[in-house]
Design a protein around this ligand. Structure first.
Ligand code: FES
Ligand code: MG
Length: 603
């Protein structure tokens, strides 16, 4: 039998599954396996248990990550599913990244988590993995790492938190965190009230309860065909449905081993990603998901290069916004779930989807939808609108181009609070970096009006570093107090998916790049934004722009020689992960990945 065969020195170890996979160390495969068995038996496993396929479960629990607080329970449920299907579940940790507890930013650590994920999947003798993620950066990191490692992988989402309640109104992290804080800043709430609001914004564990980045990535993962449709993206973190989703993920991981072409690079095709982007537009998803999807796509050797930022805009032109959730709409993830979740949405979107794309259980999306009909009811149509009666006709997320952003910039047009700003010409009010902004934004003497364009530089992938979510430039206090709710704001940074306003983000190349036009925008310059025509332009003579860029380079070179290097020059000498990050991170239109991790290598 197979157990004693492991010790038969006259026969090579041919199995590439279970504990026998990847036996490369020590030169002698029999001895390597012998040693492996010595150590895994120290954990109490028997030879008989070890003859089953091994399903790794990636444990991203951390006491610093409330969005993953249910991970221990989910692991128990996954194990039940794996064991019931004849597999052997083995959980192991990778790092966990939470939005609020990752300095300088969580984005800075996303690529590190993706490397951890990829290498631990690759290194350990697992036949398939269940990747448990939920908070904003963890799902993208796991998809990036999982695709690169290319072993069968089943994503499992931790699920959204429940909404809280303030004076009878439902509230949820973190759209309402921002609206209550803006009200407090403008003098509309006192300190006792804001303290009690603080208690209610995140009333349970789980991911932010609105259509922020975490919820967006969950829905996008379902759009990729990797989640169970009825509950996989939307069941609350604290629900029993979430535990059943986890059990099913365990079953799926074992079942995948008996299907053909289930490695991520085979399973996911260009069509899968087109479906995911269609979902992104239809849910009014987070702008961050654009960066993450580009990074994920560029990890895939067969899809990289076939989808770029422009593809997102093209799909947007055909896709209406259907899901009425904050920040574009009014509701919470629990409402979306109760309305039918991704199953109802994908049924509604059917005419726009590639139904031949395959899903996590080997069947096509079309087959899955045909076998799980969804009957709409009035409430579901309130939250998930029909194609004929959308919330916003098309192009929720748009991509703008112009001299100031030759590689593109992203705006969630559907979250604008003043549609007039979508077609606007105004004077720039420039902040060179976040410190400059903090110092001057509330200065009563700041030369700014509601028609000004607020410009914030130096929050790009390299500039800060880590592309902070500072793109939601606050309305200057003196204007806020006059009742100004929205202004055109532009930056090379990101904003939280839970935020709203007329905000243009991800300007590429970023201002830290000495060749960038964005880096030489000055206060008083005219900026033109025309969303209909997809234009964002600095209205300054070309010669003047060239002169400013040359001048800036001269100053930078002089500073370098004088030993007082500016931030972007010293990065080649910096040690540690920060040095690696600053040297290798690519621009936002490529996904802010490290060039050497992408399928095609650095460009
Ligand atoms: Fe984790 Fe919002 S902070 S999902
Ligand atoms: Mg966020």
């Amino acid at each position: 039998d197979s157990i004693s065969a492991d010790y038969d020195l006259s026969r090579p170890i041919t199995s590439t599954s279970g504990l026998r996979s990847g036996l490369t160390s020590y030169g002698d495969a029999h001895f390597s396996l012998f040693l492996r068995k010595v150590f895994i038996k120290a954990l109490g496993y028997s030879d008989s248990a070890l003859s089953s396929p091994i399903i790794g479960i990636i444990n991203t629990y951390s006491s610093f990550n409330p969005c993953h607080s249910n991970v221990p329970q989910l692991i128990e449920s996954v194990k039940r599913g794996v064991l019931a299907s004849g597999g052997l579940p083995v959980d192991f940790p990778t790092i966990s990244v939470h939005e609020s507890f990752a300095s300088p930013t969580s984005m800075y650590l996303r690529n590190l988590m993706s490397m951890d994920t990829e290498e631990m999947i690759r290194a350990q003798p697992v036949d398939a993995v269940v990747m448990i993620g939920g908070c904003d950066k963890t799902v993208p990191a796991q998809l990036m790492g999982g695709i690169s490692a290319d072993k069968p992988a089943v994503p499992l989402i931790t699920g959204p938190m429940m909404p809280g309640s303030v004076e009878g109104s439902r509230v949820g992290a973190c759209t309402d965190c921002r609206s209550y804080w803006a009200k407090y800043r403008a003098g509309g709430t006192d300190v006792e009230d804001i303290m009690s609001v603080n208690e209610e914004l995140a009333p349970t564990g789980g991911t932010c309860g609105v259509m922020g980045t975490a919820s967006t990535m969950a829905c996008v993962t379902a759009g990729l065909g990797l989640l169970e449709l009825r509950a996989g993206a939307t069941a609350a973190a604290v629900s029993s449905a979430r535990l059943r989703v986890a059990e099913q993920a365990g079953r799926n991981a074992v079942a995948m081993l008996n299907e053909e072409r289930m490695r991520p690079q085979d399973l996911l095709t260009r069509e899968s990603f087109i479906n995911a982007i269609t979902v992104l537009q239809a849910i009014g998803g987070s702008t961050n998901a654009v960066v993450h999807l580009l990074a994920i796509i560029n990890r895939h050797p067969k899809v990289a290069g076939t989808i770029d930022l422009e593809t997102f805009d093209e799909i947007g032109k055909k896709t209406p916004l259907l899901v009425d959730l904050k920040p574009s709409g009014d509701n919470y993830m629990t409402d979306f779930h109760n309305a039918g979740g991704m199953l109802a949405l994908l049924h509604t979107l059917k005419p726009l989807l590639h139904l031949e794309a395959r899903t996590i259980n080997g069947r096509t999306l079309g087959e899955v939808l045909a076998s799980t009909p969804f009957k709409t009811f009035p409430y579901s149509r309130q939250i998930i609108r029909s194609l004929e009666d959308p919330l916003y006709p098309k192009s929720s997320l748009v991509v703008l181009y112009g001299n100031v952003c030759p590689n593109g910039a992203v705006m969630k047009a559907s979250a604008s609070k003043n549609r007039k700003l979508l077609h606007h010409r105004g004077s720039a009010c420039v902040f060179e970096n976040t410190a400059d902004m903090a110092k001057r934004i509330d200065d009563p003497d700041l030369d700014v009006s509601e028609d000004s364009v607020l410009v914030l530089k130096s929050i790009g992938p390299v500039g800060n570093p880590g592309m902070p979510e500072a793109g939601l430039i606050p309305i200057p206090q003196k204007l806020g107090r006059q009742g100004v709710l929205d202004m055109l704001r532009i930056s090379d940074g990101r904003m939280s998916g839970t935020a709203g306003g007329t905000i243009t983000l991800h300007i590429s190349p970023e201002s830290a790049d000495l060749d960038s036009v964005f880096g030489v925008v000055r206060t008083g310059d005219k900026i033109v934004c025309d969303v209909e025509k997809r234009i964002l332009k600095l209205d300054v003579e070309e010669e003047e722009i060239a002169r400013r860029i040359a001048e800036r380079k001269r100053r930078a070179a002089a500073a370098d020689q004088g030993g007082q290097s500016e931030q972007w020059i010293s990065r080649r000498d910096r040690r540690g992960y920060r040095g690696l990050y600053e040297r290798e991170v690519n621009q936002s239109h490529l996904g802010c990945d490290f060039g050497f991790l992408t399928a095609k290598g650095p460009t």
